[in-house]
Write a protein that binds this ligand. Structure first.
Ligand SMILES: [Zn+2]
Length: 455
């Protein structure tokens, strides 16, 4: 009998539910349902201005119409009408540097704790993240694929997730969480705990890098994260070290490019940043210790800067006072004023992220961390950064974009991730520090997750 491959594949798909990890569609897209926001002032995520009185119709998962004339809805359609009364309608916020799996657990629990418990913590945190108005996060390291799938399938309430999967490091680099007694590693031997759970992977040659990158792509990564220099929260790597060789970084870039996406690297120093750019990396995470020559190079090559407002304030990770982590954090805190000044001077494509680790309390200040950018930017500039600009960064995932469509903007045809704000955040940026009170409506993918507009 002739073997019919197509029939076999169809049957296997039916029985086993085989499908690519990126293809999962939300189970509750609100197919025909519509929401009409009447009499709102729109902050569109692009222009930096607030519009006059406007009406916005969301149909299904997208923004269908924006008009300053009244929008008449079909009386037979299921339309929820929200009276804006002059409040501000803006895009959902985007955090460009997040670790959904590492926000709540302690470092010890994240590395050694029960995997089920850590996953449930991440689920609870994902719901809170959405309820803070962050409708999308770009996840820069951690075993996040299951969480993303559960959210996309409607099993759990949470933001859209652009997953990197495991961050890829070298022996001794940022992301190598092994204990000294686990050295030496036997090449081809057993994996360390963090590798087994998919938190980070260690790779020490171009060939190993290629395998690790391709594994994350197989699992559904929308971009690839490598750690090109030392870090603050890592146990072994001094801040100044450059980790991967150029050929190792290039192997990652080629593998990601073959898959239609890009590599971003964790890097603080000019040497680590410049080495990564030479290898074809498109985004720099952090960059706080960059110099003028590096900023100029980034501008010339169109490299993105995904930077966080790391200062020695209430948002600093509370490392023990005498620890090397604290010493390295103090070095980094010297950087942001200079880094943001260079980003502005050279008009770098600059994204906003928080990189919250190991603290639910710090996560609750996610919006407050954005408001803190008034140290360097106007309210309109920083809100544009966390919406339209971050949305542009997400589209770098190209063919591996898990949510094709426009995010971070209020425009016809864009995906309907929206916040209705009590007041005007351009005039009073402090409004975004208290999302419970001031974000009256939170919509993601056309679905209303919160509506406390007084009736
Ligand atoms: Zn990070």
């Amino acid at each position: 009998m002739k073997f019919e491959l197509s029939r076999f594949v169809a049957a296997a798909t039916l029985v086993l539910g085989l499908r690519g990890p990126c293809l999962a569609q939300p189970a509750t897209p609100g197919a025909d349902a519509s929401t009409l926001f009447q009499n709102v002032r729109v902050f569109d995520g692009k222009s930096g201005a607030i519009s006059g009185p406007t009406n916005v119709l969301v149909t299904g998962r997208t923004i269908a119409r924006i008009s300053n004339a009244p929008i008449v809805v079909d009386p037979n359609a299921r339309t929820t009408v929200i009276a804006g009364n002059g409040r501000t309608l803006m895009p959902g916020l985007i955090d460009s540097h997040w670790h959904a799996m590492l926000v709540r657990p302690t470092a010890a629990a994240a590395i050694n704790g029960d995997v089920g418990y850590v996953n449930l913590m991440a689920g609870a945190e994902a719901t809170d993240t959405l309820m803070r108005g962050f409708t999308t996060v770009r996840d820069l390291g951690g075993p996040v694929f299951g969480l993303k799938r559960a959210i996309d399938e409607g099993l759990l309430v949470g933001p859209r997730i652009y997953p990197s999967g495991a961050m890829i490091s070298i022996t001794g680099g940022h992301g190598d969480f092994r204990q000294p007694f686990e050295v030496p590693r036997v090449l081809g031997g057993p994996l360390s705990r963090m590798e087994k759970i998919g938190g980070s992977m260690i790779a020490d040659s171009p060939d190993e890098v290629r395998v690790r990158v391709r594994e994350q792509l197989l699992l559904g990564a929308s971009q690839i994260k490598l750690t090109a220099g030392g870090g603050v929260a890592s146990p072994h790597s001094p801040l100044d070290v450059s980790t991967f060789t150029e050929s190792e970084l290039r192997a990652a870039v080629e593998a990601a490019d073959n898959w239609g996406t890009y590599v971003t690297v964790h890097a603080y120093t000019p040497r680590a940043i410049q080495g990564a750019i030479a290898a074809g990396v498109k985004v720099i995470e952090h960059g706080h210790l960059m110099d003028e020559a590096t900023a100029r190079l980034m501008a010339e090559k169109g490299i993105w800067l995904s930077v966080q407002p790391f200062l020695d304030d209430e948002d600093a990770i509370p490392f023990p006072p005498d620890s090397s982590n604290r010493a390295r954090a103090l070095q980094v805190f010297q950087g942001p004023d200079n880094a943001y000044a260079l980003a502005k001077r050279y008009k770098l494509k600059t994204a906003f992220g928080t990189d919250v680790l190991f603290s639910a309390a710090l996560a609750r200040r996610q919006g407050a961390q954005l408001a803190k950018l008034t140290r360097w930017y106007t309210p309109a500039e920083l809100l544009t950064m966390a919406t339209g600009t971050n949305g542009e960064l997400l589209r770098l995932s190209g063919l591996r974009n898990p949510y094709p469509g426009k995010l971070g903007v209020v425009e016809e045809g864009a995906l309907a991730d929206l916040l209705l704000v009590e007041g005007n955040p351009i005039e009073n940026i402090k409004l975004i520090e208290d999302p419970d009170r001031n974000f009256l409506v939170i919509m993601k993918d056309g679905k209303v997750y919160k509506n406390i507009v007084p009736r």
